[in-house]
Ligand binder design. Structure first.
Ligand SMILES: Cc1ncc(COP(=O)(O)O)c(C=O)c1O
Length: 438
């Protein structure tokens, strides 16, 4: 007892009363966090507070959050309605696990069933997108009695053994010994992709096709319009389940509750996470009852659907509904995309502008030869110093990614486009970064 008290009082790691300095935090990080946990920026801001679409650093500086903690904070930072629901639940009942009955998880399951694509009425709750995908893959194995999977180039599905084996994006596929049961198909827009999928499905050994409707970390690539319905037809023909990973696209991001609705498919299993808890850890794999029925052996996740996250998620769904966040994403996203095209299409440093809703990517020309970290990192650093936090995605890490909280105001987006245009023009006129011609 004494020992732990004294070590606590001397440890530098207690949440200090003095404002945290980047130097101290970087030192602590270097000493105590695995080096794989990387961060953006050479001079990273120390974020101490969030509100709506903004984050604030230790000096009180406002930073417009155009990445939402990687697609999580759709209903805005420290949303008072969600904070109230979570804190009230925190004070009343924190945790039971699913071996006891308590209301929040069940109320959430019922509410989710009402907003998910039709028929996906049964959920398995867990704490992260990775686990939701694992649950979906396991269900597919149990249901079909098969053990192979089809996944797509540039996809990202998580960090555990199977989810990482399902991940094609090099940067996130660290395991040198991925499971051999995962067959990687070319990206959906490639000619012949569906034929290649069919050749595999015809063997009737594939339990599931797992795909993101809009590849997020892969560089904001929406599936071509008819791709998912055609993939679904193939899956049905050969007894394979279609699993849509909506971990990043769910909850209004693409201008619909779920991207499935935008693309006109109802998957056999959908996985959701991130924005469901708006910052509290909660995720789910949802499916039809006859599929869920294949998984009757005991299955549990200690924190799956815990009361605090579930209460927060209920408030998230309320907030989305009351404020029509999906519609807001659709209209703001459409306007933003038009403005980006108007200002930047044809710019020598811009190769493509794409995306749906408030999930947009500006692919930049590879900025030097051979490609190096520096030019893009410098651009991100400048934008951060201008007060804008943007994302960075893509197999070549050259896609500037815009996924703000859906509560963001139009004038903030407009101001950002001005700054981005200025920063790109500046680079061009300084001839600092010459696009690769290849
Ligand atoms: C599409 C997709 N699937 C799965 C994951 C993994 O989710 P988590 O980090 O919650 O495990 C991510 C994370 O970025 C993702 O973008």
């Amino acid at each position: 007892m004494n020992h732990s008290t004294s070590s606590l009082s001397t440890a530098e790691s207690t949440l200090a009363v003095e404002p945290p300095s980047a130097e101290r935090l970087l030192r602590q990080k270097q000493q105590h966090i695995w080096p794989c946990v990387y961060h953006f920026y050479r001079r990273p801001p120390v974020i101490v507070r969030g509100q709506g679409a903004c984050l604030y650093d230790a000096s009180g500086r406002r930073l417009l959050d155009l990445y939402s903690g990687v697609g999580v904070m759709n209903a805005g930072h420290s949303n008072p309605q969600i904070v109230a629901a979570a804190t009230e639940q925190l004070a009343r009942l924190q945790h039971t696990t699913t071996i006891y009955l308590s209301e929040p998880m069940l109320a959430l399951a019922e509410r989710l069933a009402a907003v998910l694509p039709e028929g996906l009425t049964q959920s398995f709750f867990c704490a992260s997108g990775t686990e939701a995908n694992e649950a979906a893959l396991l269900l597919a194995v149990l249901h079909t009695g098969r053990h192979e999977f089809v996944v797509f180039d540039r996809g990202l599905h998580g960090r555990t053994k199977a989810a990482m084996s399902a991940t094609s994006l090099d940067m996130w596929r660290t395991d040198p010994f991925p499971l051999p049961e995962f067959h990687r198909m070319p990206p959906p827009e490639t000619d012949g992709c569906l034929q290649a999928v069919e050749a595999l499905l015809r063997r009737e050994t594939v339990a599931a096709c797992l795909i993101e409707p809009v590849q997020g970390n892969g560089g904001i690539h929406p599936a071509p319009e008819s791709f998912l319905p055609q993939l679904q037809q193939l899956c049905h023909r050969y007894g394979t389940l279609l699993v849509l990973d909506e971990v990043q696209t769910g909850f209004g991001r693409t201008g619909r509750w779920f991207a499935s609705q935008r693309f006109g498919v109802v998957p056999d299993v959908i996985t959701v996470a991130k924005a469901l808890g708006n910052g509290l850890p909660i995720a789910a794999a949802a499916t039809r009852p006859e599929l869920a029925d294949s998984y009757r052996r005991p299955g549990a996740s200690t924190f799956g659907g815990n009361p605090i996250s579930a209460a927060a998620a209920l408030a998230v769904l309320d907030y989305h509904q009351q404020h029509n966040l999906a519609e807001r994403a659709d209209s703001l996203g459409g306007r933003l995309r038009s403005l980006l095209e108007h200002r930047l299409a044809g710019h020598p440093l811009v190769r493509d502008i794409r995306g749906v809703g408030l999930m947009l990517g500006v692919e930049l020309a590879l900025l030097d030869e051979p490609p190096s970290e520096t030019p893009f990192a410098d651009l991100l650093e400048d934008l951060k110093d201008d007060g804008y936090l943007v994302g960075r995605t893509g197999a070549q890490r050259n896609v500037l990614t815009i996924m703000p909280p859906l509560v963001i105001e139009w004038n903030d987006l407009e101001a950002f486009v001005d700054v981005l245009t200025h920063r790109l023009d500046e680079r061009l006129s300084a001839a600092e970064l010459l696009p690769r011609t290849a």
